[in-house]
Design a protein around this ligand. Structure first.
Ligand code: BGC
Length: 724
């Protein structure tokens, strides 16, 4: 569509104060339903009249193009100025065709794959009437108890930044008026992932230095990538809820970063200032949030009921309301809504573009690219000539493969593991038994015998384990992060019955897999893989696809290690000698080391990748020069595969304690049989900077190392010196 010439300033000049404030309000689509009986209750609860609804500028949570078009038509007739509404939705990992959860995307270490998935989601969602998606979620995470780690790309700021920026660019493209594009909204600013003890919505107390070093970079990367909107987080940050946190919203976001996009509160976050004990008075709540630069209030009624009074009383000038409303109108203009209020959506288009075989193929490839082969003693890949395969476990025949935040995806559209194996091997005998349940409080062992007998009768066993998909996502923190119920017991019996067994794990977080690791010959982590999960599992297990994902968030050996993360600051007693341990000075947990079961960056392949050399083009660097690092990898096998070449940096001496390793670069490459490739990274002085004790972002002269491999298994290392 040609760029819009619509005059938003002229429109604004014709609007009343209340109408302008309406643009700063977002309510659920259900509130705009046609039946008065349906809406009276919720509207009353919100303290909003149906007359006020006519000015409201945006909505969320609706079902498809049909509903969007009907609502838009109704709204544009009722609004005196006929301004189209913005339709926003959480398109997190697909709209109708669902691809792996963001933690899985993190595991892919593949921004190209993320781009392809996001473009597909944008195409489907825009056909379904969505204008803005509340994605990417780039909250930095360390505690796998938190249910929302599934929405993040994991424990590394750089990985989160790269993946967040890739999503912003792919969803938005070059021109938001393009029918296949969506505007994006980065969230949840800031440090929602730092919720104490991994309990959702819990308080966050983190030093400014840690915030800047680990938690902020991914939000900033999305802003640099051109994100349209930003959502402050629910949590209080160092004592003040983000929505009313002046330091965060005014000093960091506006003054330092110069963010000029639209800020939208999280769901009822202004209303929750009451529960936070900050204010019982919603006029005060409106004042605090608007003062902090929140343009749109989502699902509470502080703005619609109090902003006008705050202007009349002189607390805010009308010009400030104009500026915020103009930002919303400008966004509508950028999306081309004044010319086409549906942004190209139609029922026919939605049906035609969603869940096509082409989109299913993208989703399947994504599920394959995100899968991490955690362990393999050689049983995988299974031979395709096996005659009888037993698919066992509580997740063997379930189509609940989507994971949380699956938008308009349906379970019925997801392929089960059982079906996937039958699809791949139509001539094999495929049998199945559940063995036990997946609920945390299901201790029923009555299915064990049948499952064991079936396993004994098969040539290969696929053991489908994990956690219930409803145990991750918003409001789903876990007290324990084990395989739920009696799955570990089942796994022990099955692996003893048939050595040719591979465990496939489905989860929204890294689980504690220590017991499984001790007896399963192979473990494949699938996360929540989406619509094509079962087909992807089958292809991976039987060698039609080669696993290439890497761990994006450490898998602990025991829950007590949480929070556990590879980029830990050095400590004064990192490794104890046996004598010191004996004297009681151990830094290790009693009965367990400090290391995770599977570290960040770990992931096996059916290829055999050999890291041959790591070369630096110089060993000293000045602030204006750069170093080229070349890493050569050889595929010493006949199997084509992909490898993520990772580059880690360690600053050996600095005025502030530095992490033992930091990822500063990665590249996923494909290597043919017996092929060798060299990947070259450029290291610049800016990549060596950190926040000193006074929070200045600086680099300090001294010695650094550069290494490759994965976090706890660095294979090659060289050092260089940064000169003043
Ligand atoms: C979540 C956000 C989401 C919003 C709208 C909130 O509960 O925290 O991530 O975008 O709901 O659905």
């Amino acid at each position: 569509m040609a760029k819009s010439s619509f005059d938003v300033n002229k429109l604004l000049s014709q609007m009343t104060l209340e109408e302008k404030i309406g643009q700063l309000v977002q309510f659920n689509a259900s509130l705009f339903g046609s039946s008065a009986a349906e809406i009276t209750g919720p509207l009353e609860k919100l303290g909003v009249s149906s007359e006020q609804l006519k000015n409201v500028g945006s909505t969320l949570n609706f079902k498809g193009a049909g509903e969007v078009i009907a609502l838009q038509d109704k709204h544009m007739k009722e609004d005196r100025n006929h301004i189209p509404m913005l339709f926003m939705m959480d398109v997190i990992h697909g709209y109708r065709t669902i691809y792996p959860i963001p933690l899985g995307l993190g595991a892919s270490f593949d921004p190209e794959l993320v781009k392809e998935c996001s473009e597909m989601a944008a195409k489907e969602a825009s056909a379904g009437g969505v204008h803005v998606t509340f994605t990417p979620m780039v909250d930095y995470v360390r505690d796998a108890r938190w249910g929302r780690v599934m929405e993040s790309c994991g424990e590394d700021p750089y990985l989160n930044s790269v993946m967040g920026a890739a999503q912003v660019k792919a969803f938005q493209g070059d021109d938001l008026s393009d029918d296949d594009r969506l505007a994006t909204c980065v969230k949840h600013f800031a440090a929602y992932g730092g919720a104490e003890a991994g309990r959702d919505y819990n308080t966050v107390e983190i030093s400014e230095r840690l915030l800047r070093e680990y938690y902020f970079p991914a939000y900033k990367a999305c802003i640099d990538a051109g994100v349209t909107m930003l959502m402050p987080s629910f949590n209080s940050l160092n004592g003040v809820p983000s929505i009313a946190n002046k330091w965060l919203m005014k000093k960091v976001l506006k003054e330092e970063w110069g963010f000029e996009g639209v800020v939208i509160s999280d769901y009822n976050a202004i209303g929750e200032l009451k529960k936070h004990g900050i204010t019982d008075d919603m006029k005060k709540g409106a004042e605090m949030a608007f003062d902090c630069g929140c343009d749109i209030e989502m699902m509470s009624s502080a703005y619609i009921n109090h902003l006008a009074d705050l202007v009349r009383e002189g607390r805010f000038s009308e010009k400030m309301i104009d500026n915020a409303a103009l930002k919303v109108l400008e966004l509508k203009k950028r999306l081309g809504l004044f010319e086409d209020p549906y942004h190209g959506a139609s029922v026919e288009k939605e049906a035609a573009v969603c869940l096509t075989s082409e989109h299913r193929a993208i989703s399947r490839r994504a599920a394959e690219g995100c899968a991490v082969l955690l362990k393999n003693n050689g049983v995988l890949p299974f031979s395709k000539s096996v005659k009888k395969i037993a698919v066992i476990g509580p997740l063997a025949t379930t189509n609940e493969m989507k994971g949380s935040w699956s938008c308009n995806g349906e379970n019925e559209d997801c392929i089960t593991v059982y079906q996937g194996i039958k699809n791949l091997l139509p001539n094999a005998e495929v049998v199945t038994a559940q063995g036990c349940g997946v609920e945390w409080d299901n201790f029923d062992r009555s299915g064990f015998d049948e499952a064991v007998e079936l396993a004994k009768s098969a040539d290969a066993v696929v053991l489908c384990l994990g956690e219930y998909q409803k145990y991750s996502g918003e409001g789903n923190s876990r007290i324990d992060i084990c395989l739920t119920g009696v799955q570990d017991e089942l796994a022990k019996l099955i692996t003893a019955a048939t050595p040719n067994t591979a465990a496939v794990v489905f989860s929204g977080r890294p689980l504690v897999l220590k017991a499984l690791d001790s007896h399963a010959p192979a473990i494949l982590e699938m996360w929540w893989p989406g619509s094509e999960g079962g087909n992807a599992v089958a292809r991976l297990l039987f060698g039609d696809a080669n696993p290439s994902g890497k761990v994006p968030m450490s898998f602990p050996k025991a829950l007590g290690q949480c929070p556990i993360y590879y980029n830990h600051p050095s400590t004064g007693r990192p490794k104890m000698t046996p004598e010191e341990v004996h004297q009681g000075y151990a830094s290790n947990y009693i009965g367990e080391g400090n290391l995770p079961l599977y570290p960040f960056g770990h992931g096996l392949s059916y290829s055999n990748f050999v890291y041959e050399t790591l070369e630096l083009d110089k060993t000293t660097m000045t602030k204006d020069s750069e170093i080229k690092v070349s890493i050569t990898v050889y595929n010493d096998s006949d199997v084509v595969g992909k490898e993520v070449v990772q580059l880690y940096m360690h600053d050996l001496w600095a005025s502030t304690v530095r992490p033992i390793q930091s990822l500063i670069g990665f590249e996923k490459i494909e290597l043919g049989a017996r092929e060798r490739k060299t990947v070259t990274f450029t290291v610049k002085e800016t990549m060596l900077r950190f926040y000193d004790a006074e929070c200045n972002f600086i680099s300090e002269a001294g010695e650094f190392t550069l290494s490759t491999g994965c976090a706890d298994n660095l294979l090659l290392t060289k050092s260089f010196t940064l000169e003043n």
